[in-house]
Design a binder for this molecule. Structure first.
Ligand code: FE2
Length: 386
């Protein structure tokens, strides 16, 4: 891969000087979804989200049991995989969880060392270090399980110059909707079961060398009806951020419980993708049929100047425009951020996307949690799952 990730693009310098980096991570390599019909999902992500056709493997390339489409937008690579017969183990995953994220692949210098260092510290192996070769060189991959049936695959591609991975060919399509300005994955959030958050926080600390750099308890994240807890885990260079949520007791069922019921276990709740022009990106996504959570009440937008305080001076966006697009705003001591959340992108109320533009802020929109969860609860009520 020729592109280089820089910390400036992530808005973060090395935030943990003391972090032990036995697992240096260069960035997110790809995210793989298991889906019921990859051909149709690929069309959706191209048409609605502006991803570009990138690589393919399937019957035509000699892959007899599964097909994968690789889509790309700037630094983001999505892989959509579907089994081609009833014997594939992917079917059990699909029957249980529905469409969802199976693999969060991480780009490393040394996939063998990544596997050895993590399994030595207690990770359950998913894939021993494996060399894959073709005429473009070789890739080494290895993998470990994280929460639920989700896995991390470590990808070492320094000796490879093919399109994606050995076995894939370039996917040239005549249908190429324009990108919408999605740049890179800012963070990916996992939902885990009751009382399991701290166990997974410890797992990311012990096994992956991550640190917990922000925490929210149920007193901070609650509405009249429901509550949740969240801890944000980050690797040493700050490029990989995985918040982990668990449900908390409330009067009614929280969105995390709803997710766990429908995903039938722990899994990826949302993928936050960065843009540097959220108004333009969201306008295009809406025009292409992407559905977002409805806006909070007018009072939310009236209170923005007060909430932003000092940061209002650097704010370029028109508040009326933000309200029209139902974009949320939050601030911390370093700046502000703009964010918006899609509705779930499958029929099961499970995975959704966040679009985020950071203007200095390093947080995750804690000031929006209440407005956001009330909005989700209105959707839950319509689904009969509140
Ligand atoms: Fe998020």
């Amino acid at each position: 891969m020729s592109e280089k990730f820089t910390s400036v693009e992530y808005g973060l310098e090395k935030i943990f000087e003391g972090a032990q980096d036995f697992l240096p991570l260069l960035g997110t390599d790809y995210v793989e979804f298991y889906v019921g019909n990859a051909k149709q999902s690929a069309h959706y992500y191209k048409t609605a989200f502006g991803y570009q056709s990138h690589a393919y493997k399937g019957l035509e390339t000699g892959s007899r049991d599964q097909v994968s489409y690789v889509l790309k937008q700037d630094k983001i690579r999505l892989v959509l995989t579907t089994p081609l017969n009833s014997q594939s183990p992917i079917n059990q995953h699909l029957a249980k969880h529905g469409d969802g994220v199976k693999v969060i692949a991480l780009w490393v210098e040394d996939a063998k060392s990544a596997w050895e260092e993590t399994t030595k510290r207690g990770a359950k192996s998913f894939m021993e270090p494996t060399i894959e070769k073709d005429e473009h060189g070789e890739v080494v991959r290895s993998g470990i399980y994280t929460y639920g049936e989700t896995v991390h695959i470590f990808v070492e591609r320094k000796n490879y110059n093919g399109i994606f991975l050995p076995g894939f060919v370039a996917w040239n399509s005549e249908y190429n909707p324009t990108p919408v300005g999605l740049k890179f994955i800012d963070h990916m959030v996992g939902n885990v079961g009751w009382g399991e958050m701290n166990q997974w926080v410890k797992w990311y600390e012990d096994v992956m060398g991550f640190e917990n750099f922000l925490s929210f308890d149920d007193k901070q994240i609650h509405t009249e009806y429901s509550a949740l807890m969240s801890k944000v885990m980050s690797n040493g260079n700050g490029r990989i951020k995985f918040p982990i949520n668990e449900p908390a007791e409330g009067k009614k069922k929280s969105q995390i419980e709803e997710y766990l019921d429908f995903y039938e276990g722990s899994g990826v709740q949302h993928i936050a993708v960065a843009t540097d022009n959220i108004i333009e990106t969201v306008s295009q996504l809406k025009a292409r049929g992407v559905e977002f959570l409805p806006p909070p009440p007018r009072a939310y937008y009236d209170a923005i100047p007060e909430r932003l305080g000092e940061h209002m001076k650097i704010m370029n966006e028109d508040i009326n425009e933000l309200e029209k697009l139902s974009i949320l705003v939050d601030a911390d001591e370093d700046g502000y951020l703009l964010q918006i959340f899609t509705k779930p992108v499958e029929d099961r109320p499970t995975l959704f996307f966040e679009i985020i533009q950071r203007m200095g802020a390093k947080g995750f929109g804690a000031g929006n949690f209440k407005a956001l969860f009330e909005s989700i609860e209105r959707e839950q009520a319509l689904r009969g799952t509140l």
